[in-house]
Write a protein that binds this ligand. Structure first.
Ligand SMILES: Nc1ncnc2c1ncn2[C@@H]1O[C@H](COP(=O)(O)OP(=O)(O)OP(=O)(O)O)[C@@H](O)[C@H]1O
Ligand SMILES: [Mg+2]
Length: 351
């Protein structure tokens, strides 16, 4: 095939071949776009490569199209409040309104010196006044933060955000993050509004849609399209990787399966694995060794009582690594992850 490969091996960029995730975004649109918003904060979480960044980008693009919305993407490794003020001021839809309200931000080198207006020196006051002026013009501001972590600047930002919401300012927030990071942030005592903020757990992509997608791109029959789709288990990154190598191989997926698996190992599984504790690795190993993921067998292998096993089960589910929908059973969500675990667990080095 001579045309460009429609699949991508890159993270964080909206792919050409996209499986839509309507239901996951609908709640957000409904709540954010309604006259009075019952919900102003959402967190998107999921395992590495599940599509958090892509999903958030899609939502923010859609909201950006709304006349009265201003959408700002903040960088979580910068000073978030300062980044917020600077980006808000420089946003086309906001600059004039803020300038007309004579809000003097020259203390931070933002904008220009404004005659007869007092220099503001507290960033929270500055932001609050900017948002107040935007509110009067019926504007709403959505902030997106990709890969949030429980850092000092993030806590400062969240704490200020909480005050802005209390002041009834038109401010909205979507964050993405790995479950452990989002969870750590949500459990900060002082950030009460985050405790209640809904989390969207990204589920696997719809397998039926993947079947159709592969079928159309590679002109496969139903059986082969299904086999190919199942190899991905609906994992977003895997969908792209398998598509990519198959395209390079002129539509023949069977002879690139090894390459596909190696690629997953190298580009995500190594990282995911390194982020697990020794105990979690051991549990993952027991799951991989068990026949059919029966919890009873897994507990026996680990010598754990039910109440000792269930907190691990819960946490691994929330991190998107296993699925516990079927009673008494757990399954790996990522394709071929059981092989990865069996190959990489160094049991004897432990204990
Ligand atoms: N809805 C989708 N349909 C098809 N492919 C998708 C979809 N969402 C994401 N992808 C693909 O999956 C891969 C991972 O997506 P993304 O970078 O958004 O994941 P992530 O969850 O943000 O990962 P990380 O935790 O590493 O930041 C990318 O190659 C992207 O193109
Ligand atoms: Mg991402």
């Amino acid at each position: 095939m001579n045309t460009a490969n429609p699949y991508t091996l890159m993270f964080g960029k909206e792919p050409i071949q996209m499986i839509s995730r309507v239901s996951e975004s609908e709640d957000i649109y409904r709540n954010f776009l309604s006259e009075v918003s019952p919900q102003q904060v959402y967190m998107i979480t999921g395992v590495r490569g599940s599509g958090k960044t892509v999903q958030m980008t899609e939502i923010s693009k859609r909201i950006k199209e709304e006349e009265n919305w201003i959408v700002l993407e903040l960088n979580p490794v910068k000073d978030l409040l300062l980044d917020f003020a600077a980006k808000l001021y420089n946003e086309k839809k906001a600059t004039d309104i803020i300038r007309d309200a004579k809000i003097n931000l020259s203390f931070w080198g933002i904008g220009v010196e404004i005659a007869k207006s007092e220099k503001i020196t507290d960033i929270e006051v500055a932001l609050s006044r900017m948002l107040e002026s935007l509110k009067k013009q019926n504007k709403r501001v959505l902030i997106t933060i990709d890969e949030a972590v429980n850092s000092q600047t993030m806590r400062e930002f969240a704490s200020a955000f909480q005050i802005f919401i209390r002041q009834d300012l038109p401010l909205y927030l979507i964050m993405t993050g790995l479950y452990e990071n989002i969870d750590a942030l949500q459990n900060e005592q002082t950030l009460t509004f985050l405790h209640r903020a809904p989390k969207i757990f990204l589920k696997p992509l719809n397998i039926g849609s993947i079947v159709n997608q592969y079928k159309n791109t590679f002109h496969l029959d139903d059986e082969n399209a299904r086999k190919m789709a199942k190899l991905t288990r609906g994992y977003s990154f895997a969908f792209q990787v398998l598509g990519y190598f198959t395209f390079e191989n002129n539509g023949d997926y069977k002879s690139i399966i090894d390459k596909y698996r190696e690629y997953l190992d190298e580009y995500v599984y190594n990282k995911i694995w390194s982020e697990l504790s020794e105990k979690e690795k051991r549990i993952m190993y027991a799951i991989a060794s068990s026949k059919g993921g029966k919890i009873i067998d897994i507990r026996e292998l680990l010598n754990l009582k039910p109440n000792e096993f269930s907190p691990y089960r819960e946490r691994l589910i929330k991190r998107g690594l296993i699925n516990g929908d079927e009673r008494g059973i757990v399954k790996f969500t990522l394709p071929c992850f059981e092989n990865y675990v069996l190959n990489n667990y160094l049991g004897d080095d432990y204990e």
